[in-house]
Design a protein around this ligand. Structure first.
Ligand SMILES: Cc1ncc(COP(=O)(O)O)c(C=O)c1O
Length: 364
């Protein structure tokens, strides 16, 4: 089967680019003595998790229990749930996962740790815990200082959880420009302070888990970091290019669309809108566009309805006809993946495999 024979809209993954992205990150982690625990929220496909393990990842990361259940079939020796898992229902399911592979949860409250400890005790399973610290995203995580030390002190007294260390996510660093550089320095200081405060209180963090795709190349500069959890790097997207963490040639994910209307001068409508691309805007930019045409950057994909993409072609040198096909690099590939039941692995114009996005919609 060739790309021309696929129904559109279709999400395509260039397997050679993906493989290069995977190998590059694996080589970086190995060269810098960092454990790699990739976040699978980007691809949501167990076979790709398996590939990450085969290339040296120590385990995989998920956000939700539903994703953890799906990722079990990758055969991962270890799963980090990098999200506070709260409530009996979810924890009961998580214990079933923990019977089949080592599970660690990143959390930021004693209540979350207490619930996990109770359920782990009932299930007679030991579960790992990382204490989440806030390094500037202001999302989850306690502020390093007495609050962190106090939380760790209470967690280490719990019998069925093993306190392994700390976790953070530098999602506030969106681009490695001057502002990003300054934030990296501040981040490194914050992490060092957290490790020292804990050390002074007698607690040694065996694992310090952080990292992201925009900051991946600079992870080794964070003192004390032992592990990185990049997710987007497997495919990359427009935001990754904007963050300076990759080039256009490193974007493995594209969305194939058909031109369905050219009725209005200077405009074409493609058969993908917000239900195909996601409504994610470009981060750290005032530009309102939703994807980049691989062969025509002058065309502006500036508006969407659910199933219609509005492309301004008034500045383009190309002429488009109804039925013609175009490929676009989406702004945010992770959310786009979650919108597609199946995606196609391609090499050149050949479709080499079709993958089911098994973790799609697993929000619980
Ligand atoms: C907790 C956590 N860890 C790791 C990641 C991976 O980040 P990235 O996709 O930038 O590599 C994310 C992404 O949202 C995250 O929320």
């Amino acid at each position: 089967v060739t790309i021309d024979q696929l129904e559109t809209p279709a999400l395509l993954i260039d397997v050679d680019i993906m493989e290069r992205n995977l190998q590059r990150m694996a080589a970086y982690a190995a060269a810098n003595g960092l454990r790699l625990r990739p976040h699978t929220k980007t691809h949501k496909i167990p076979a790709l998790g398996r590939r990450q393990i085969d290339l040296g990842a120590v385990g995989l990361t998920v956000a939700k229990v539903g994703e953890a259940e799906v990722m079990l079939s990758s055969g991962t020796p270890d799963l980090l749930v990098a999200y506070p898992t709260i409530g009996l229902g979810k924890l009961t399911r998580l214990m079933e996962v923990a019977r089949r592979t080592r599970v660690t949860v990143a959390l930021d409250s004693f209540e979350a740790a207490r619930q996990l400890d109770e359920m782990a005790g009932e299930a007679e399973i030991e579960v790992g815990v990382l204490t989440e610290i806030d390094v500037g995203l202001n999302r989850v995580g306690v502020t390093p200082g007495p609050e962190l030390v106090d939380l760790v002190r209470r967690i280490v007294h719990l019998k069925n959880v093993d306190w392994e260390g700390i976790a953070y996510y530098p999602g506030h660093i969106k681009k490695m420009d001057a502002d990003g550089e300054a934030k990296m320095v501040a981040l490194s200081d914050t992490v060092a302070r957290a490790i020292n405060d804990l050390g002074d209180a007698g607690y040694t963090a065996r694992i310090v888990s952080g990292g992201s795709t925009p900051t991946w190349m600079r992870s080794h500069e964070v003192a004390g970091l032992t592990e990185i959890r990049p997710g987007t790097y497997i495919f990359n997207d427009r935001n990754t290019v904007n963050s300076c963490a990759c080039d256009w040639e490193d974007c493995a994910g594209t969305i194939l669309c058909t031109v369905v209307s050219t009725a209005r001068p200077g405009q074409m409508i493609i058969d993908g809108g917000s239900k195909t691309f996601s409504s994610d805007r470009l981060t750290g930019s005032t530009e309102v566009t939703f994807g980049r045409l691989t062969t025509d950057p002058a065309a502006r994909f500036h508006a969407m309805n659910e199933e219609h993409g509005f492309v301004d072609i008034s500045q383009s040198e190309h002429r488009y006809q109804v039925g013609q096909r175009v490929r676009l690099i989406p702004n945010h590939i992770c959310v786009a993946m979650n919108l597609h039941e199946r995606v196609h692995a391609v090499r050149g114009s050949e479709v080499v495999a079709t993958w089911t996005v098994e973790g799609r919609g697993k929000l619980q």
